[in-house]
Write a protein that binds this ligand. Structure first.
Ligand SMILES: [Ca+2]
Length: 352
């Protein structure tokens, strides 16, 4: 090979290396962020069904359990979706008093995603003391807790805290390559999930519906979810109604995603102490044609109205039936009377 040939060969090799080497930058693009959904939540509704109070631990600063916005993000490289992001913005982030490597300590966030409305899915939650209604049965859940797990082979989100996880309806728990980001200026926590895990669901992205819950994080409680009682404590949320506590149905949720004022209170108060049925959570956006679950008082009024209406119908029907039933008997009675009168007249005439 002459010098010219060597020069051409070197140029070709350098070009190929440039194209395929991410370090040189010809092939790799920056990840592009697309906001697929942004849902605001009311400010100042960090009180569960309406009465809950913050724990006395000062790391739980005012508004640190107050979700103000939820965003669904897509990270793209070229035309390829690399990650799906779930971003949670709060009024404040609180203090990282446990010094977790994640950068936060006070929030335990759960997301239940309905990909197929009314389809096959799960209606349980991970330690929230609440259930999900059938039309919102979930296909996968995302748990966002700042737990520094060393053993991730036997994770059980119902027993102890878990690191940021993706949980499928069949119970499979995935933690590998799921990352979190904390932004202390914009007050958000974000979890990024490799899109390959969700590849079966990505074509339905526009139809996904969400239950997003915010609870206090407590590494020593089942599921990492802070308990809820009548009085506050260092790591205890207070202010739960006595009837709910006595029936073990007080939901362990401080804030629930729903942009409509008053709906969170309605949904989180939809438990029945008399029967021990827990609150029924509903996804947002709402399922078409469905009202949100309501507390028992409203249901009682509806039941009474139905009862009166049914009674009125019964009376009307009975009256009609009575006329029809006794009609022939009236004629029979009249005929019997005529026969008796005839017989009496015959006896009287004969006796004369
Ligand atoms: Ca809120």
């Amino acid at each position: 090979m002459n010098l010219r040939g060597i020069a051409v060969a070197v140029v070709v090799v350098v070009l190929i290396a440039a194209i395929y080497s991410p370090g040189i930058g010809l092939a790799q693009e920056e990840l592009r962020t697309v906001t697929l959904r942004a849902i605001n939540d009311p400010v100042g509704d960090d009180y569960g069904p309406g009465t809950y109070k913050y724990p006395t631990n000062e790391a739980f600063t005012n508004g640190s359990l107050d979700l103000t916005k939820f965003e669904l993000l897509r990270y793209e490289e070229g035309n390829v979706t690399k990650y799906i992001g779930f971003r949670f913005t709060f009024s404040s982030l609180g203090e990282n008093y446990l010094n977790t490597t994640y950068g936060w300590s006070v929030q335990a966030i759960q997301v239940y995603v309905t990909v197929v409305s009314g389809g096959v899915g799960r209606m349980d939650t991970f330690g929230l003391n609440a259930v999900v209604r059938p039309v919102d049965a979930w296909q996968f859940a995302v748990i966002v807790e700042p737990y520094n797990a060393t053993n991730t082979t036997s994770l059980n989100p119902l027993r102890g805290p878990v690191p940021p996880s993706l949980i499928f309806e069949n119970g499979t728990v995935v933690t590998a390559n799921i990352t979190t980001v904390v932004n202390t200026t914009a007050n958000y926590i974000e979890v990024r999930i490799p899109a390959q895990y969700l590849k079966n669901y990505l074509s339905y992205l526009a139809a996904w519906r969400f239950i997003v819950t915010v609870s206090g994080y407590d590494p020593n409680s089942p599921g990492g979810i802070m308990p809820v009682r009548a009085s506050t404590g260092e790591t205890v949320i207070g202010g739960a109604p006595a009837d709910a506590l006595n029936a073990f149905v007080a939901p362990k949720i401080m804030d629930l995603l729903n942009p409509e004022n008053g709906t969170q209170e309605q949904i989180l108060g939809s438990y029945f102490p008399s029967t021990g049925e827990p609150a029924v959570l509903a996804a947002y956006p709402a399922a078409t044609g469905m009202d949100y679950p309501k507390p028992p008082e409203t249901v009682t009024v509806t039941t009474t109205a139905t009862y009166i209406s049914t009674t009125t119908k019964t009376i009307t029907t009975s009256t009609v039936q009575a006329v029809e039933y006794f009609g022939p008997s009236t004629y029979a009675l009249a005929a019997l009377l005529i026969v008796l009168l005839g017989a009496l007249a015959y006896v009287l005439r004969k006796g004369r």
